[in-house]
Design a protein around this ligand. Structure first.
Ligand code: NAD
Ligand code: TYD
Length: 370
């Protein structure tokens, strides 16, 4: 039976990748004409400002029959509320982005990672299983639970090799361990209860609306403000960078055409050493705001390494390319330039974040770095 994909619950839709997903789904490119119900508890990382244009065009302002976007301020760990939302909107699809997502925070305080990423995912899976049950106890097969995960579950690579879908899990941080647990739970619900589940593991996303604690937006903001640029360890750790829109295009493709019970790796085939990436970013940013590249390079500060810092991530994404025909559209040069321009021209979005709780958190945890 074909999947309905009509009333989609997007968890974590107020965060970086989730809000970009919602923008993508309401663009002409997706071809989607159903409803989106954004379920987000608005932690420090959730920001409804990122969805203001969607709210205006498809949300509350629309007549009831034309309305296609709804927001529910709900914690994914709350069973009653999730059950009510599933019923109220007759949800047939869940795409699960909500998570605590920052490795450094998971090292400083792992507990919320276990609550949201493990217990929250369990709660969603279990509510879905219950809600999507037929009278005979079997589960509907026109529904879908798509779970979003990370390449960090596979651990750390040396100089060669790639993560494939069959690479054994070897997570090293509280964040990646909590995501690994959630992946196992999602697959367990497929194998044990036949819940239609698909899963994707992606590499480091970059693009608009990313919370400026992550490498790229943090560095762009610090360059703009003349602050030091903190590089962990020797700066030679390697990440594979994927433009967020390319990621979301892949997610939508899996939701439409992916085989249930299957997992797909999504990567940018675009590996960069942190320090080399920073040099490139400095060049682009300095060009945009007329700063002297050499002066800015002087502000690079090698700081104490992250404990358990994974050395290298690199994804083999041949499965999704071969089986579903996905390929990335945005080159790194284009994506990086777009990203830098976005942060430099969305000062209000940035300033609202930098003036709030986040600046206190930075002061308390990294005050000594200045
Ligand atoms: P993010 O931190 O920017 O956003 C997370 C969102 O989830 C926020 O809006 C937050 O308010 C919400 N949230 C957190 N806890 C919640 C709870 N208990 N109930 C309801 N909502 C809650 O994260 P992101 O970067 O957009 O990542 C989205 C997903 O993609 C995560 O599952 C993450 O593990 C995965 N992922 C991210 C990357 C990346 O590079 N950002 C890479 C690989 C995988
Ligand atoms: P990050 O954006 O936190 O993503 P992840 O840890 O999930 O890969 O970090 C990307 C890389 O940049 C990682 O190797 C850690 C490094 N890094 C720094 O060197 N300095 C920083 O201030 C941050 C936030 C990250």
């Amino acid at each position: 039976m074909k999947r309905k994909l009509t009333n989609i619950m997007v968890t974590g839709g107020a965060g970086f990748i989730g809000c970009n997903f919602i923008h993508f789904m309401f663009s002409n490119e997706s071809g989607f004409n159903g409803k989106i119900i954004n379920v987000d508890s608005l932690t420090y990382a959730g920001n409804l400002e990122s969805l203001a244009s969607i709210e205006d065009k498809f949300g509350n302002a629309c007549m009831t029959q034309n309305r296609r976007y709804y927001f529910e301020n709900v914690d994914i760990c709350n069973r009653d509320s999730i059950e009510k939302i599933l019923k109220k909107y007759e949800i047939d699809t869940i795409v699960h982005f909500a998570a605590e997502s920052h490795v450094d925070r998971s090292i400083l305080g792992p507990e919320t990672f276990i609550k949201t990423n493990v217990m929250g995912t369990f709660n969603l899976l279990d509510c879905a299983r219950n809600y999507w049950k037929n009278n005979d106890g079997s589960i509907r097969n026109d529904v879908l639970f798509h779970h979003i995960s990370t390449d960090e579950v596979y651990g750390s690579l040396e100089e060669t090799g790639y993560f494939t879908e069959t690479t054994p899990y070897d997570p090293r941080s509280p964040y990646s361990s909590s995501k690994a647990s959630s992946d196992h739970l999602a697959m367990a619900y497929f194998h044990t209860y036949n819940l239609p589940v698909t899963l994707s593991n992606c590499s480091n996303n970059y693009g608009p609306y990313q919370f400026p604690e992550k490498l790229l937006p943090l560095m762009i903001m610090n360059i703009r403000e003349g602050k030091n640029l903190p590089v962990y360890g020797d700066g030679k750790n390697i990440r594979d960078w994927l433009y967020v829109e390319d990621h979301n295009r892949a997610v939508w493709l899996i939701m439409k055409d992916g085989k249930k019970g299957e997992k797909y790796n999504i990567g940018g085939e675009n590996e960069w050493e942190n320090i080399k990436l920073l040099h490139k970013l400095i060049e682009i940013t300095c060009k945009e705001i007329s700063l002297n590249i050499n002066d800015v390079k002087q502000t690079i500060q090698f700081v104490k390494d992250r404990p358990g810092h994974d050395r290298r991530y690199a994804i083999d994404c041949s499965k999704i390319k071969k089986e579903l025909g996905w390929k990335r559209k945005v080159t790194f040069e284009e994506g990086l330039e777009k990203t830098v321009k976005w942060y430099l021209s969305n000062e209000k979005w940035i300033n609202n974040i930098l003036s709030g709780e986040y600046s206190k958190w930075i002061e308390n945890n990294y005050g000594d770095r200045k």
